[in-house]
Design a protein around this ligand. Structure first.
Ligand code: HEM
Length: 512
């Protein structure tokens, strides 16, 4: 008995010994790996001449876990002062600096050089999906916003095919119909209305017509209950995606039932249209093949692709409405530009709706639109947009006391870039970059590196030419019809960051 129990104790001791040894072994391996990583990072720093990046530690000295910073960001979002806050930090720390938010290292930048590097030169080192997939998955699980790498390339190719032949996809007669529906909402004799609400409905009607082959009739006075519900669901989904983006991991604390229900209903609405469209296409294939369905035409695959593509286009849609409402906000404050815009359109094409050939000749309309894109920059989280480093990498500026040296970006770092600030700081756009002044485009090119309303590089907006063509048509028609824009806004522009960017107080104007 005694021999047995002393044997048991010996066994326990040796087991403990093995566990302790394994524990120490693991610690040594982790330490070695840590040291190896540090050496690798130092070597990378030496190779690229990286220097220390300025950070916010003077402001958040004891905020080891980045909780205070997270609360500060959320509170500015809530108070609708995010952009003012972001701008003030760029002024304080320079064009690139680091923050600690809930234990993640966030690098904020508005440097044209760094943004270009990340979006173009070092494109493969930075991903979008880790940040977006958790937000977009319930509404568009295989849509382009949730993808990177080979899947993104495939999806991008499909979208490129869809958006490549503008003359095939933009029907100017349909644009005219939508414009006429918009006119029904403009009160007589220059009385006040919220043009932002109307441009949102106009853009949605045009985009649903394009994406679903059926308009949601948001501008119609007899919109069906089903379509009304779809528009509401889409709004709720977009709002929630952006709020959750700002909340970060804290988003899991907020119930999501209404969001999931809205996603489910919105997908059901789009799937019904996708089914109908795919049936139409397949019957076309059948007819051309003498009654035999072509091989390779997989209906369920086609339907799911159509749904994801349509959802993506609808989520990207608000940018057009933001550009238009922003344009009205600026025009309402500058009578000279309104007169010049109208005169330029009438001198070039008269009072009849523009033809395809004439759209390209409306240069002043294009400058005005580019200036609106610059002034009121748009898109998902796009006043602020972000990428995650998928490996250790670098950015060309922001390091050292003068901010001119390269900086190291570690795998997992989140780089947030501010198009809003880029378009406002510095001399890229000439004097007074804040001022709405379309004439600056006489000497500038939309290819210039600091002008990024559509982003740059392989992930540049595939809808930019589509958007600029449709917007040119609509602006030309509006200013063929009206010659004055009266300003009825009494409050300051107040940010409302949704998937795009709007004025919390609406844009109150009169058109006559
Ligand atoms: C004035 C109007 C528009 C602006 C300013 C705009 C802006 C942008 C920006 C900045 C991005 C890049 C987002 C990122 O990489 O994080 C983007 C992506 C995208 N846009 Fe647009 N957009 C506009 C209109 C449109 C339209 C009309 C469509 C479709 C017909 C569209 C479809 C897309 C798609 C599918 C993407 C994702 C591309 C990808 O991830 O590869 N956009 N847009």
């Amino acid at each position: 008995m005694t021999t047995q129990s002393s044997g048991g104790v010996t066994e326990q001791r040796s087991l403990l010994g093995v566990i302790s040894l394994a524990f120490v072994g693991i610690q040594i391996i982790l330490l070695a790996r840590g040291l190896y990583q540090i050496r690798k990072l130092r070597a990378l720093e030496r190779l690229y001449g990286c220097e220390k990046l300025c950070d916010e530690s003077d402001n958040f000295r004891y905020d080891v876990f980045g909780i205070v910073k997270a609360i500060k960001l959320a509170s500015h979002f809530h108070r609708r002062t995010s952009l003012l806050y972001t701008n003030s930090l760029f002024q304080r720390y320079g064009e690139t600096y680091a923050s600690n938010v809930l234990g993640h290292r966030l690098i904020f930048t508005c440097s044209a050089e760094n943004i270009k590097h990340m979006l173009s030169t070092a494109f493969v080192d930075f991903d979008s999906s880790p940040l977006r997939r958790p937000l977009f998955e319930p509404i568009t699980p295989h849509g382009i916003f949730t993808l990177d790498g080979a899947d993104w390339k495939r999806s991008r190719g499909q979208l490129r095919n869809r958006l490549s032949n503008l003359r095939n996809i933009i029907d100017l007669d349909l644009c005219e119909q939508h414009f006429q529906a918009f006119l029904q909402h403009v009160p007589q004799n220059g009385q006040v209305f919220d043009v932002q609400r109307c441009t949102a409905a106009l853009a949605l009607d045009m985009q649903t017509r394009f994406a679903l082959r059926e308009s949601t009739d948001a501008l119609s006075f007899t919109q069906s209950q089903e379509k009304k519900q779809f528009v509401e669901d889409l709004d709720l989904v977009k709002e929630r995606i952006v709020r959750d983006g700002f909340r970060g991991p804290l988003r899991h604390l907020v119930p999501k039932r209404a969001f999931y229900q809205a996603c489910w209903r919105a997908r059901k609405f789009v799937t019904a249209r996708a089914r109908r469209e795919v049936e139409r296409r397949s019957s076309k294939v059948e007819r051309t093949k003498d009654g035999h369905l072509g091989t390779g035409f997989d209906k369920s695959e086609e339907i799911s692709q159509f749904v994801d593509q349509a959802m993506t286009i609808l989520l990207a849609n608000d940018s057009m409405s933001t550009t238009l409402s922003g344009l009205f906000y600026c025009l309402a404050q500058d009578e000279r530009i309104v007169q010049k815009l109208r005169a330029s359109i009438i001198d070039t094409i008269g009072l009849t709706p523009p033809t395809w050939g004439q759209l390209g000749t409306l240069h002043y309309v294009r400058w005005v639109l580019q200036e609106a894109c610059k002034a009121l920059r748009v898109f998902p989280a796009a006043v602020l947009n972000a990428r995650v480093a998928n490996k250790h990498s670098t950015m060309p500026s922001g390091g050292g006391t003068d901010g001119q040296s390269s900086v190291l970006v570690r795998k997992g770092d989140i780089v947030v870039f501010s198009t809003w600030t880029r378009h406002r700081l510095g001399k890229d756009f000439g004097d007074n970059p804040d001022k709405f002044y379309p004439e600056r485009w006489e000497h500038l090119s939309s290819d210039m590196s600091g002008f990024i309303p559509f982003n740059k590089g392989p992930r540049i907006c595939p809808g930019q030419h589509y958007a600029m063509t449709v917007l040119t048509y609509i602006v030309a028609r509006i200013f063929q019809t009206f010659s004055t824009v009266s300003n009825y806004s009494t409050k300051e522009w107040t940010e409302r960051i949704s998937l795009t960017f709007e004025n919390e107080n609406g844009v109150l104007v009169g058109l006559s």
